[in-house]
Write a protein that binds this ligand. Structure first.
Ligand code: SF4
Length: 295
């Protein structure tokens, strides 16, 4: 085979919450430096600092804010003075940021923040916490760029979500290089079979879409955000092995993996191009299955 080779010339660019980089931009004037991010990932990724609250004009220090759900509309309000809203300025900042994310390969974001949280920001209804979801900046970015890989600093400490995030980031970097050098078709024929294997939607793609790199990116990476269940993947992989006349061991790969994420990572691990200057850092992150097998 020879699929899933990552051979990129530049470090993938990733947007990072400024406070995780040690910048004193939080509402209380402090930071939330993440040493793992700085020591392990900064050699591999170009980390672009981004503080949406400062970016939309709020001072340091500043009054704490929270996200309120008002008839399904998300509103950013100051906790102590709810009449003071920052929704419009944040949405304006998101509009400006839209251009920026077009050229980046992912977002590493601060958990639980009213602006930067990905899944665990408290959302308030009528003054009481009602549910958890994304902060307003990330919520808007998810709508504007649904293909963009995102992870918070807590998930970054866990092997499987970190591996999957990095795999998507490096794949997206590979895509940007391919699309800028007119070699999108080669990219498509190398990687698309794997996306149809792993994604929830396994239908094929209209090749005409290859004429528009942005449409192709949205389709390809959008599907990659929604992986099939491991049961579906096992059934598809079985057929794939028979069709491609792969050795018996290839069929056994799924037995070592408890999720589609792990299986995707396992394949990436096998076919990573070790001659690349910037390749996936798998040597740092050996995978182990739930049964203790080394992957
Ligand atoms: S969590 Fe986001 S908005 Fe809050 S200080 Fe950090 S970067 Fe700024």
């Amino acid at each position: 085979m020879g699929y899933l080779k990552y051979n990129i010339k530049q470090k993938p660019k990733v947007i990072v919450s400024s406070c995780l980089l040690g910048e004193q931009v939080r509402y209380d004037g402090h930071h939330k430096q993440n040493d793992f991010l700085l020591s392990q990932l900064s050699p591999l990724l170009e980390l672009a600092s981004n503080c949406p609250e400062v970016g939309c004009g709020m001072p340091i220090p500043r009054p704490p804010i929270q996200v309120c759900d008002q008839n399904a509309q998300l509103i950013l309000r100051e906790v102590a003075s709810p009449q003071n809203e920052h929704t419009e300025s944040m949405l304006n900042f998101c509009q400006v940021s839209k251009e920026r994310v077009e050229s980046t390969c992912g977002i590493i974001s601060k958990s639980k923040s009213p602006s930067c949280g990905i899944t665990d920001t408290p959302i308030f209804v009528d003054g009481a916490e009602a549910y958890k979801a994304s902060g307003l900046f990330i919520h808007t970015m998810k709508q504007q760029a649904p293909w963009l890989p995102m992870i918070d600093e807590q998930a970054l400490q866990q092997d499987e979500p970190r591996h999957f995030f990095l795999t998507q980031v490096f794949l997206l970097a590979h895509f940007y290089e391919a699309s800028s050098t007119q070699s999108l078709k080669a990219f498509h024929h190398s990687f698309w079979p794997f996306v149809t294997l792993f994604a929830m939607d396994d239908s094929s793609i209209n090749e005409a879409i290859l004429d528009d790199a942005r449409l192709y990116r949205d389709e390809f990476f959008g599907r990659l955000q929604q992986l099939a269940s491991i049961e579906t993947l096992r059934a598809r992989w079985q057929k794939w092995v028979e069709h491609q006349s792969l050795p018996r061991e290839a069929a056994d790969l799924t037995a070592l993996c408890s999720s589609a994420h792990q299986f995707w990572l396992r394949l990436s691990y096998l076919y990573v191009d070790s001659s690349s200057k910037y390749s996936l850092p798998f040597n740092l992150y050996p995978l182990t299955s739930s049964s203790g097998h080394s992957l």
